[in-house]
Write a protein that binds this ligand. Structure first.
Ligand SMILES: [Zn+2]
Length: 322
């Protein structure tokens, strides 16, 4: 466990908090340890990408301005109209037979995405302080397009996008019209990461640890309900972590409360922030770090933000074409 933590710290410059831990109680080999706490590397990867290409910051600032304009003018949403259907390409990289996850496991991941983004998930009706800002149906549907598989000798993968390159991984298929999801054994206790809108299309998409993919097969508790993908696809549609990746930070969404930081596990109902106004935190939001069983909603503000990427002139408008 210590070893993977050191590897993580060495591979990523801006590690926040080192708030991951992995369990190896079941005698799993070190490289296939199962995470016990959520850790997503999307924000760390973004910071690295901006360091390598400062113009990405300008493109993302422009997307932020665009998002605000579209959110202020709901008329433009009608240009998107109805359900947006997103073809999904799974790119599976495996060393062991178990890591070569079955089609049924991948299909279960599609099912979870469709339930969570349509608010037909069974736990959606749980009551919370935030019933009034639940987003309902986002209006996006996911369809399994194809599965690509490649055998590898790599025991684990880091956040350097090697899984997306031809040398060791699988290059994305039509990334401007298909959502590419890489499934592989992530090291360092990381469950996954996503690329935000505005990034290079050659690395666009979502990465999932095989133990946090779907809800069958190798999916392992407490991340065996497919919510890692829901969270990562949220990033892919421009959502930030609900705590804004800073102490009492800003997630650029108006109807989510200010969080101190990430929440883990299953916080008790009514858990309060110590940030200004001490609001009850929205720990059940997909963009927190809580366990799969304890997150079940996006907010209305997050829905507006996600749909803006598909609007005319938006960074993912190519996905909204007929
Ligand atoms: Zn994340």
């Amino acid at each position: 466990m210590k070893k993977s933590l050191v590897l993580l710290a060495g591979g990523i410059l801006f590690v926040m908090g080192c708030n991951k831990s992995v369990s190896n109680e079941e005698g799993l080999p070190e490289q296939d340890a199962v995470a016990t706490e959520r850790h997503c590397a999307a924000d760390e990867v973004l910071k690295e990408q901006i360091k390598a290409d400062p113009s990405l910051r300008q493109r993302m600032d422009a997307i932020e301005e665009f998002t605000k304009r579209v959110a202020a003018n709901p008329e433009q949403f009608r240009l998107v109209n109805g359900i947006i259907e997103i073809p999904v390409v799974f790119n599976v990289l495996y060393r062991t037979t178990a890591q070569n996850v079955a089609l049924t496991q991948l299909q279960s991941q599609i099912d979870v995405l469709n339930e969570d983004f349509a608010a037909t998930n069974a736990d959606y009706n749980l009551t919370s302080t935030y019933n009034s800002v639940k987003a309902g149906n986002i209006g996006v549907r996911f369809v399994l397009d194809q599965v690509k598989r490649r055998s590898t000798t790599k025991t684990s993968w880091s956040t350097n996008d090697a899984m997306k390159k031809s040398a060791q991984g699988i290059v994305p298929t039509s990334p401007t019209t298909k959502l590419n999801i890489w499934v592989c054994n992530m090291g360092g206790g990381i469950l996954g990461y996503a690329q935000f809108p505005g990034g290079n299309s050659a690395t666009d998409g979502v990465v999932l640890d095989d133990n946090a993919t779907g809800r069958t097969g190798t999916a392992a508790a407490p991340f065996n309900k497919g919510r890692t993908a829901t969270h990562e696809v949220g990033h892919w549609m421009n959502l930030r972590h609900i705590w804004g990746d800073a102490t009492c930070g800003n997630d650029q969404v108006g109807d989510t409360p200010t969080h101190n930081t990430a929440n883990y596990g299953c916080p008790a109902a009514g858990h309060k922030s110590t940030c200004s106004g001490t609001p009850v935190e929205m720990t059940m939001n997909y963009m927190d770090y809580t366990d799969d069983a304890c997150m079940y909603m996006f907010s209305i503000g997050q829905k507006s933000r996600m749909l803006a990427v598909f609007a005319t002139g938006g960074p993912r408008n190519s996905f909204a074409q007929p």
